[in-house]
Ligand binder design. Structure first.
Ligand code: SF4
Length: 301
């Protein structure tokens, strides 16, 4: 969360649930089978549980996933167990109350941790996402890994990406450096091969859970990436690093037909950059990333 917060959107600028549902139907027709609800934070939106229950009935939708900061999830466990929730990704960047406050601008570590523990006690697939920030929380890498010793959780260490409200420094801890720290702490750690994963997965003998490393900045997994992102404003992003191709909400509201919207989606996908670096280059031609105030608190990951 940037120090000066983020610009809040007017209600009318963001998609209504009916619009999201409509667009989801079109994406399913085009072959999408998996959806992840991100945000910002999905649970700030009233009506989210009803929306999840509704889309859970779509036969073509094989898996529903969600990324949350676990702030408002006290009552979510039962809901997630009721629907075909594939996995819950929880963003947690520190196990230390002061550092948590520094990163999130909220003194709510205890509340979030208590909510996370509720998930860990269930049979739901839980992934804890820690963005590794050099000099801020990199001394907690092994503390996080230890959480996978007695719990079936997947701890995912994510390279910092340039989406923190315009204060990004290229002096990041790379995925390779993170792996080295873990290998030093756990010499018996072994890589577990899984095709098409955006994370490199490692197992440690005796640990119930696993460790994942996501090279979000080095972008070593673009060749297996088939993700599309739809921002709350309805903008279709073909890559995390692009600045959006077409506004599908505006197309819907201006009465464009389903066929026209599907054509626009296919057209945007056909112009996909070969990887995240090319996407970034294209974006840099339009704006300068260092002046980009966009934050993960808005993109949602
Ligand atoms: S193509 Fe873009 S969104 Fe996909 S993995 Fe690469 S950088 Fe990430």
């Amino acid at each position: 969360m940037p120090e000066d917060g983020i610009d809040l959107k007017a209600r009318d600028d963001i998609m209504r649930f009916q619009e999201m549902e409509h667009l989801l139907g079109l994406f399913l027709d085009l072959g999408v089978t998996k959806v992840r609800i991100t945000g910002g934070e999905p649970f700030v939106r009233k009506g989210l549980p009803e929306f999840l229950i509704k889309i859970n009935q779509y036969e073509k939708l094989e898996s529903i996933n969600l990324t949350t900061n676990a702030y408002f999830t006290e009552d979510a466990v039962q809901l997630f167990q009721k629907i075909k929730m594939d996995s819950i990704n929880i963003s947690l960047d520190s196990l230390n109350r002061e550092v948590f406050y520094k990163i999130t601008r909220r003194d709510d570590f205890e509340k979030v941790w208590s909510n996370i523990k509720k998930f860990l006690l269930t049979d739901l697939t839980v992934k804890l996402n820690m963005v590794v920030i050099k000099g801020i929380n990199d001394n907690e890498i092994v503390d996080f890994a230890e959480l996978a010793k007695n719990s079936k959780v997947e701890i995912r260490f994510i390279e910092q990406m340039p989406f923190n409200g315009g204060h990004f420094s290229n002096d990041i801890l790379s995925a390779e450096e993170i792996i080295l720290i873990l290998q030093n702490a756990y010499p018996s750690m072994m890589e577990f091969f899984k095709m098409s994963s955006t994370a490199r997965i490692f197992e440690i003998p005796g640990f119930k859970g696993r460790l994942g490393i996501i090279a979000g900045h080095s972008r070593t997994f673009c060749s297996t990436c088939s993700r599309l992102r739809l921002t709350p404003e309805g903008i279709l992003k073909i890559c995390l690093y692009d600045h959006g191709s077409v506004n599908l909400k505006d197309m819907l509201r201006s009465g464009r037909s389903d066929q026209e919207i599907k054509t626009a989606i296919k057209d945007a996908v056909s112009k996909r950059a070969k990887d995240g670096f090319e996407s970034e280059q294209r974006t840099l031609q339009k704006i300068h990333f260092s002046k980009n105030k966009l934050s993960m608190a808005q993109i949602g990951g």
